[in-house]
Design a protein around this ligand. Structure first.
Ligand SMILES: *Cc1c(COP(=O)(O)O)cnc(C)c1O
Length: 320
């Protein structure tokens, strides 16, 4: 049985991240408040180092390497932000990093990962077994594989985003978090249960990739085909073993939204809040807006997870 991370692990992660991760701003929008008839608090991880919350989990994991692990370095496979997180954390901590990335990953993410000094090896997302590839590389090179979500240290690091939000806005009634493999929402739920036990935590997935929603309904992890969605950060086939346990214990429900609503939230963020938010980062607001829950008078936390999107793709998506 896997040991589940606890809120104490989130607190320890916050100490490791002190002075390393940005304490990102919590912004508001009177337009959004009026539209939803509620008060919204946006935790803006699009302003985090490397442009997404993933730096938190990646740094927290690498900071706990033994001297021997550190010598051989870190290995990761990722469609984007986790790659950059591991690359940047490895550079800061002075260790080598090798990243396996899909060859069709957004150009900005490939370039940024190489820019942080990591070695990048590309693979075919639809043909290659990336996990087998990663295992072989870690055996050959002695590198430590850090998975993007199903790892206690990664989950604890991601939870520091919600810890900061609850410290700033203690009386939230609802928290909406995007779900890929579930690392972010697991960590956030740990923080919520400790700091605001009455706050309900909801996940949001792309409609095309609702493996998490199906898993909660069936009471077991459901694996789906690789989803086709503009939310590339949530293009996962299955929740993790650890993340599923935390989610089914601490998360109320998972909602889904179609890609068209993500594009419309991208426009909202750009026009109204002057922010670049990547499609996956738009899930939480879209989920709150279309949840069907009665949110009148609620105090709602919206986890804006990241802002990494190619500018040409950004302009195509916001043009509609
Ligand atoms: C990775 C990622 C997610 C999903 O996080 P999980 O921990 O896999 O659920 C959401 N948004 C962005 C921007 C991401 O990079």
């Amino acid at each position: 049985m896997h040991l589940l991370p606890t809120y104490d692990d989130v607190v320890a992660a916050a100490q490791r991240l002190q002075g390393q991760a940005h304490r990102t701003p919590v912004l508001s929008s009177s337009t959004a408040d009026a539209q939803l008839g509620a008060q919204l608090f946006f935790k803006c991880e699009n302003f985090q180092r490397m442009g997404a919350f993933k730096f938190r989990g990646g740094f927290n994991a690498l900071a706990q390497f033994t001297p021997e692990q550190k010598k051989h370095g870190a290995l990761a496979f990722s469609s984007g932000n986790h790659a950059q997180a591991i690359a940047l954390a490895a550079r800061i901590l002075g260790m080598p990093a090798t990243i396996l990335m899909p060859q069709d990953a957004p150009a900005a993410k490939l370039a940024a990962t190489r820019g942080y000094g990591a070695e990048v090896i590309t693979f075919d997302r639809f043909r290659d077994d990336r996990e087998a590839l990663a295992r072989r590389l870690s055996q050959e090179r002695g590198m430590t594989l850090i998975p993007p979500f199903d790892h206690a240290h990664v989950i604890a690091g991601q939870g520091t985003a919600a810890k900061e939000l609850f410290e700033e806005v203690p009386d939230l009634t609802h928290l909406f978090v995007c779900v890929g493999g579930g690392g972010l929402i697991s960590g956030c739920a740990l923080a919520a249960k400790a700091l605001a036990p009455d706050c309900k935590v909801y996940g949001v997935e792309p409609l095309a990739g609702n493996d998490g929603q199906q898993s909660l309904q069936r009471g077991e992890r459901v694996r789906i085909e690789m989803p086709e969605t503009i939310a590339d950060g949530a293009q996962t086939q299955q929740l993790g073993v650890i993340t599923f346990e935390v989610i089914r214990r601490d998360v109320e429900a998972i909602f889904t939204v179609p890609d068209s609503q993500l594009a419309s939230e991208m426009r909202f963020y750009a026009e109204r809040m002057k922010m670049v938010v990547e499609p996956t980062g738009c899930l939480s607001l879209a989920g709150a807006r279309h949840s069907g829950l009665d949110l009148k008078g609620a105090r709602i936390g919206i986890l804006v997870s990241g802002g990494n999107v190619d500018m040409s793709r950004f302009s195509d998506l916001i043009a509609g």
